[in-house]
Design a protein around this ligand. Structure first.
Ligand SMILES: Cc1ncc(COP(=O)(O)O)c(C=O)c1O
Length: 421
């Protein structure tokens, strides 16, 4: 290649779920039966009024450029939604639309981070937080989320970051949390708001799982006084309305910040397709009942998977609190088999059986703090989840197959046992 890739491009870490997805699809194409629990997608159809409105928008020729921050009717519908459901005092000017929630990680970093700035990230973490921080030449500062603390962000870690970092500038929160399912309580959020209020600290609040809270209701830090002025909260249609392929989400913040993000959209995307925005506005207005029914089905799946996994020796999962992920600690199993947790995940997919496999992710796909855990999503019908649960003890008992897999893939040999709580 005659041209050199930038250091950023050479070192870019991506979401491993998509890499494992590609392997799973390849194995399926070759005839293997794979239960796919690697990617956080919904097995359900997009909600009905969203689809109808999308079709109508095509027939109405809503197929031209539109304002970069979003269609006025979309922004109004999104503001009403966060106000009604999460008590966030938003109006249309507080909303900016995007193709999903993920892009707002990049826009947030572009809005607030300069080279050398420190950004606190609780880890395990969503994999794309770090590349977006690095894109700005800023520094990710990792703070651990612990199973003993129910994977809640510990306020003392934020205090420590603000006191000790040479240039503290931003905090990434993700509640409900992927991959752990942890939830920051209303009290945690009030304490965090009190710590940052009025200081030059911006906070990114990633909230894609706002309708997947299995105890109580979702709380956003934007409910707290003054937080609209220094936080950007990101929401998506991917999970709540099963619309991941439509690519639609939005952010809520102060008008000055949404205006700045609107300019960023102008420079790279021009706008989000109006067809998609009209489908989203219809989902917000008319699909609440269907959404809540589907969320109930996800809850049942999480309970099924949690209970099933907890019956396997060496697996330990917390009671389900949120999201459609189950994140068991499997350190004793990894230690016994001498395999890393991501090695174990890929063994279950590729090595444990000729005809059947389970696709999931090792916790280290979400940073070193996730090592010793597995992440399962619930993206398959319940009978298939049960098949996966039944397969695991059998797969783990096939020690000769583990040895063969490790001989072929020595990078997955566990160098040092994981700590066991
Ligand atoms: C924590 C977190 N943030 C962002 C996203 C991205 O969602 P979207 O499809 O809206 O871009 C996901 C999707 O899995 C997620 O889990």
């Amino acid at each position: 290649m005659p041209v050199t890739l930038s250091q950023f491009a050479q070192n870019l870490n991506v979401e491993t779920a998509f890499t494992v997805l590609a392997v799973a699809k390849q194995l399926k194409a070759a005839g293997k039966d794979v239960v796919e629990l690697e990617i956080g997608d919904s097995p359900f159809p997009s909600t009905a009024h969203a689809k109808q409105a999308g079709e109508q928008a095509i027939r109405d020729d809503q197929s031209h450029y539109c304002p970069s921050p979003g269609l006025p009717e979309f922004r109004t519908a999104a503001a009403k939604f966060v106000k009604d459901e999460f008590a966030i005092p938003a109006t249309a000017a507080n909303v900016v639309v995007g193709p999903g929630a993920k892009i707002f990680q990049q826009f947030f970093c572009e809005a607030f981070l300069n080279p050398g700035d420190g950004a606190l990230v609780f880890s395990p973490h969503f994999p794309t937080f770090l590349p977006n921080i690095e894109r700005r030449g800023a520094r990710a500062v990792l703070a651990p989320l612990r199973q003993q603390a129910e994977f809640r962000p510990e306020v003392s870690q934020i205090e420590h970051f603000l006191k000790t970092d040479p240039a503290p500038r931003a905090i990434f929160l993700n509640s409900p949390h992927n991959p752990t399912g942890g939830v920051a309580t209303a009290d945690d959020l009030a304490q965090i708001a009190n710590l940052i209020r009025g200081r030059n600290i911006a906070l990114f609040s990633d909230e894609p799982y706002c309708h997947m809270v299995w105890k109580g209701r979702h709380h956003s830090i934007l409910e707290q006084p003054g937080m609209l002025d220094q936080c950007v909260a990101a929401y998506t249609f991917s999970k709540s309305y099963s619309m991941s392929g439509w690519r639609l989400g939005f952010a809520v913040s102060s008008p000055a910040i949404t205006d700045a993000i609107g300019k960023m959209i102008n420079t790279c995307l021009s706008c989000v397709p109006p067809i998609v925005q009209l489908a989203g506005a219809a989902a917000l207005g008319r699909d609440r009942e269907e959404r809540d029914r589907v969320m109930g089905l996800f809850r049942d799946k999480v309970v099924l998977l949690t209970n099933g996994l907890n019956r396997i020796e060496g697996f330990k999962t917390l009671e389900p609190t949120a999201t459609f992920y189950v994140f068991p600690n499997v350190a004793p199993v990894c230690n016994r088999l001498g395999i890393t947790s991501h090695g174990l995940a890929l063994y279950l997919l590729e090595g444990a059986d000729e005809h059947f496999g389970v696709a999931c992710l090792g916790g280290e796909c979400f940073g070193e703090a996730g090592a010793g855990f597995l992440r399962f999503s619930c993206a398959e019908p319940n009978d298939r989840l049960q098949m996966a649960i039944d397969f695991l003890p059998l797969a783990l008992s096939r020690t000769e197959r583990v040895a063969t897999y490790l001989a072929k893939n020595p990078r997955f040999r566990l160098a040092k046992p994981y700590p066991v709580a």
